[in-house]
Design a protein around this ligand. Structure first.
Ligand code: GUN
Length: 303
């Protein structure tokens, strides 16, 4: 069997197009422009790149963006005071504090300060608490797990009653993904570094969400035939020549790198029913769902 490839790039583009249409409608009706404020503390290049791509997406969809950057040695008080200021600013629809923050910052205290109507990342304890409780609805769902569920739904994968395995229990992806699957009536197992006989547990999964950050860890033989595999991993590895030596880029003279997931795609696609590629699977969905959440925040604040 060869799996159906779930095209995250195309699905994300559809979400972005829908958001852009709604943004234009709001503008034509004279309503305030949805605006995302990002907070970056420190100089991690990956975080800086993520924040820049969020600002770019806002511009492409007709939304506003405000980007705030504090130095790596910023104090707790500086970060908290910035969040309070953004909470109070009527031009700001959504606030995203890029994670991780430097060690001196108490992340939980910062996230708990973000006003719930502006918590477009869905990480405030109130939103996560609601996600974790039966019969309660969060105002916003964290973007990457939301993207994973959206991909499953768009591919026509039945979640209700399915055995779902989530590999990884991070606050950003694994745990909220598990909560979302439970809210959609899947039977969920969360696996992590201390899970015994991981291949045997994963072999039971009708749906696998892999978010462990380990290069191509999940092998084809671990996958239940016909399963839906959502690969959240983004791991950069060297490209090798046929003789096993590192391939060098003609342009830069540096070793070539490529992105791969937490699942061995070539093996898994022969067994799975559905699979997301890396890149072009979950990655583009995160920003698309953030744009959706930011539009929703604007709609809540200025219906
Ligand atoms: N760091 C990695 N992913 C995310 C995300 O989705 N939101 C925030 N705020 N930080 C992140």
């Amino acid at each position: 069997m060869t799996a159906q490839i779930i095209d995250g790039k195309a699905i994300a583009q559809k979400v972005r197009d829908e958001v852009a249409v709604q943004v234009a409608k709001r503008s034509a009706a004279g309503k305030p422009q949805p605006t995302l404020a990002t907070v970056l503390v420190g100089d991690r290049p990956d975080s800086a790149a993520y924040v820049a791509s969020k600002g770019k997406a806002c511009a492409e969809l007709g939304m506003g963006s405000i980007s705030q950057h504090l130095p790596a040695d910023a104090s707790q008080e500086q970060v908290e005071s910035l969040v309070r200021q953004l909470n109070a600013d009527p031009k700001v629809s959504g606030i995203l504090v890029q994670l991780p923050m430097p060690h001196q910052i108490n992340e939980e205290r910062v996230l708990s300060l973000i006003s719930i109507e502006k918590d477009v990342d869905g990480f405030s304890p109130l939103n996560i608490g609601r996600l974790a409780q039966k019969g309660r609805e969060p105002l916003f769902v964290p973007c990457t797990p939301y993207g994973c569920i959206y991909l499953l739904e768009q591919a026509g994968v039945k979640i209700e009653g399915a055995n779902a395995v989530v590999l990884g229990r991070s606050n950003i992806v694994g745990m909220p993904a598990a909560l979302l699957l439970i809210s959609r009536n899947a039977t969920v197992t969360v696996c992590h570094s201390r899970t015994r006989d991981l291949p045997a547990v994963i072999r039971q999964a009708d749906i696998l969400i892999a978010a462990i950050g380990k290069t191509e860890m999940v092998r084809g033989g671990w996958i239940k035939p016909g399963a839906a595999v959502i690969d959240v991993g983004i791991n950069s590895i060297p490209v090798l020549n046929p003789d096993g030596t590192p391939a060098i880029s003609e342009k830069t003279g540096k070793p070539r790198q490529k992105l791969v997931g937490d699942v061995n795609f070539e093996e898994a696609k022969e067994v799975a029913g559905f699979i997301t590629p890396v890149p072009g699977g979950v990655g583009p969905m995160t920003i698309a769902m953030l744009m959706r959440n930011t539009l929703r925040a604007a709609e809540i604040q200025n219906p």
